[in-house]
Design a protein around this ligand. Structure first.
Ligand SMILES: [Zn+2]
Length: 191
């Protein structure tokens, strides 16, 4: 195959031109998105901001300010503004600290998903979010879990007891299966 140097020159120039065109488009779109982002615009509109606070139980600066509007299945508030749905805590964060990189998460220091108090909120990466989630699970497992029926001391007693699973189950108001799971180390693995 022979390569005409003029042809390859044309080709390189075409590619460069196409790339420049693409880049210009990307920058133009980003600038336009920022200008026309209705959520960002609403942050400086007193009426939108007042509507947001009308849905919040505002307390002292150090307290959790609970969202009273719509929530999603995980208990996070949803604020609808200018036809867009925004997580309420994200909006609360932006009111307190300014616009936020869309890539970043808003994390609760208070572990209260419905709280929109800017002083309880910080921006974090996806990794920070995952770390928080794991830490929360660690606290919620075992006897601190709201659904826990046993204390860790009781679990240890069940494991060392010579009584049958059935008789312990009757006394504790649990199923014999649960007692067996505890004894086999399938449940309450951290005790
Ligand atoms: Zn809070």
């Amino acid at each position: 195959m022979t390569t005409d140097p003029r042809l390859s020159g044309h080709f390189a120039r075409d590619v460069a031109e196409a790339l420049m065109h693409e880049l210009t488009n990307v920058f133009a779109q980003a600038a336009k998105a920022k200008r026309s982002n209705p959520v960002l615009q609403s942050l400086s509109n007193p009426r939108d901001v007042a509507r947001f606070w009308s849905k919040v139980g505002k307390g002292r600066p150090d307290q959790c300010w609970h969202w009273r509007g719509n929530t999603n299945a995980s208990g996070y508030g949803i604020f609808t503004v200018r036809g867009r749905q925004v997580p309420a805590h994200r909006y609360g964060y932006m009111l307190a600290h300014g616009a936020l990189d869309p890539e970043l998460y808003v994390l609760h220091a208070c572990d209260e998903p419905g709280c929109v108090n800017g002083s309880h909120l910080r921006a974090g990466t996806a990794a920070d979010n995952a770390r928080d989630r794991i830490a929360r699970k660690r606290v919620k497992r075992g006897e601190h879990h709201p659904a826990a029926k046993l204390t860790e001391a009781e679990v240890r007693a069940i494991r060392s007891s010579k009584q049958s699973a059935n008789s312990i189950a009757r006394k504790k108001g649990l199923s014999a299966t649960t007692i067996c799971r505890i004894r086999r180390g399938v449940a309450w693995t951290h005790v």
